[in-house]
Ligand binder design. Structure first.
Ligand code: UGA
Length: 435
């Protein structure tokens, strides 16, 4: 039975711990002791479907949590590093990962063990070979004798993190030697009884794959959002029909073509920016990625214009924001375009009431008493001048005429086109539907 340590219990690390813990011996480490005490009670500190189910299952099987990197890692076969790599002044901030590698190095320098350190955090190309490996070497540790170093980028999405962990579409393993790569391949073959698509490559290629993957998806979104903005000006068109048909072309594919208020979250904005900065640093100006980023930043203006066109003046208007999470099935509001929109509307003197099935607590931590909050949809709509659907939560799809007729003026801006409103009493505008 393999022993596994997972350092950094965010979406990636915790989902991995909750899944691997059902198969093998796992210790999860996170420096935030408050989080650890929540996890020790079998609870997650963020909302993610099915996560607590897997957590409990794994804990019954022996999954443990610690708040610091300890000697446990010495006897681990695999040490997965899943700490955050945020962005700071447009550049990736590697402090967390460097600290963790130093802690691991210190522990390893006193013993004769050879765990495989597996970098799962998203890091800019070259980080594993040019930054991480040298730290281990500084401690006198030798690759293949005292440690193995592998790259294994993660592709899970928030909101379906457990599903994506249990059913990955691909597993990418980067490394510089066949033997340790094989060891991780064997481990995954044991963990996933069904044969997986496992791609073996070198570290830098694995690192580029992760950025290329996210940047391509972001490009698809900025592309379809541009088409949506065009459709908006073309009566008789609906971006969803266009997305549906171009998505039938297998060279394009039908996913990630849902136009909306712009992509948010802790990954796409950060990763597109990190890749732009990295490309610049090696002497290449990636014009396409610059345009992807700019198009995304501008998309919230398209939403604002739809509100303005309908309301004429914004000052003093009561606006209901339906959804503050950056996507459905999560309570995460990081880089949520909804937050950007609320800030903009507040600057225009609007009164805001926010509804979100899961993210109200996080939203409160940003706006405090500057906006109102409601857990009841009808409460949110009552006497409102305009409702803006920002997050495609399932419960918003069930909203009907009678709910919107509670509003002072039933104006609905649907940035995700999840509603089918026929009634003439409601002024419905879908982003990407030409009027
Ligand atoms: C993204 C990638 O999809 C994952 O593969 C990757 O592992 C992850 O980043 C990461 O690097 O950690 P995530 O940001 O969790 O996952 O969620 P997505 O489902 O990709 O959504 C990102 C944003 O795009 C959201 O704001 C979402 O509303 C928006 N989106 C997505 C659309 O507007 N339309 C779509 O068709 C799909």
């Amino acid at each position: 039975m393999n022993k596994v340590t997972i350092i950094g219990l965010g979406y990636v690390g915790l989902s991995l711990a909750a899944f691997l813990g059902t198969k093998t011996n796992v210790v999860g480490v996170d420096s935030n002791s408050e989080r650890i005490s929540i996890l020790e009670r079998g609870k997650s500190y963020f909302y993610e479907p099915k996560l607590e189910y897997y957590l409990k299952k794994s804990m019954n099987r022996g999954l443990k949590f610690e708040h610091e990197v300890s000697s446990n890692i010495l006897s681990s076969d695999f040490v997965f590093v899943t700490v955050g790599t945020p962005i700071n002044n447009d550049k990736i901030d590697l402090r967390n990962i460097k600290n963790v590698i130093q802690e691991i190095s210190e522990l390893l320098s006193n013993v004769k063990q050879c765990p495989s350190i597996v970098i799962k955090s998203t890091v800019i190309p070259g980080t594993t070979d040019q930054i991480i490996k040298p730290i281990l070497s500084e401690y006198g540790l030798k690759e293949y004798i005292d440690f193995n170093l592998l790259t294994n980028p993660e592709f899970l999405k928030e909101g379906s993190a457990m599903h994506d962990t249990v059913f990955p579409h691909v597993i990418v393993i980067g490394g510089s030697n066949e033997k340790p790569i094989k060891k991780l391949v064997n481990f995954y073959n044991y963990v996933y009884p069904k044969k997986q698509k496992i791609i073996q490559t070198n570290n830098i290629t694995a690192e580029v794959i992760k950025y290329a993957n996210n940047s391509f998806l972001a490009t698809k979104l900025s592309f379809i959002n541009s088409i949506a903005n065009l459709c908006q000006r073309l009566p008789g068109t609906n971006v969803d029909k266009i997305a549906e048909v171009i998505g039938m072309d297998p060279r394009i594919g039908n996913q990630f073509l849902r136009a909306g208020p712009g992509y948010g979250g802790s990954c796409f904005p950060k990763d597109v920016q990190a890749l732009i900065s990295f490309a610049n640093s090696v002497g290449y100006k990636p014009d396409l990625l610059d345009a992807v980023k700019r198009t995304n930043l501008d998309q919230i203006t398209s939403v604002l214009n739809l509100i303005k066109n309908n309301l004429k003046t914004l000052e003093g208007k009561k606006i209901t924001i339906l959804g503050s999470a950056f996507k459905e099935n999560t309570d995460d509001i990081r880089e949520s375009t909804s937050i950007v929109l609320i800030n903009t509307l507040l600057r225009h003197g609007c009164r805001i009431i926010v509804h979100d099935p899961k993210a109200l607590k996080n939203t409160y931590s940003i706006f405090k008493n500057r906006v109102s909050y409601t857990e009841r949809l009808t409460e949110g709509l009552r006497n409102s001048n305009c409702a803006v659907i920002m997050t495609p939560w399932d419960e918003y799809k069930k909203l009907g005429e009678k709910d919107f007729l509670l509003m002072k003026s039933p104006i609905v801006i649907d940035t995700r086109r999840i509603l089918k409103i026929k009634s003439k009493k409601i002024k419905y505008t879908g982003l990407g539907i030409g009027e």
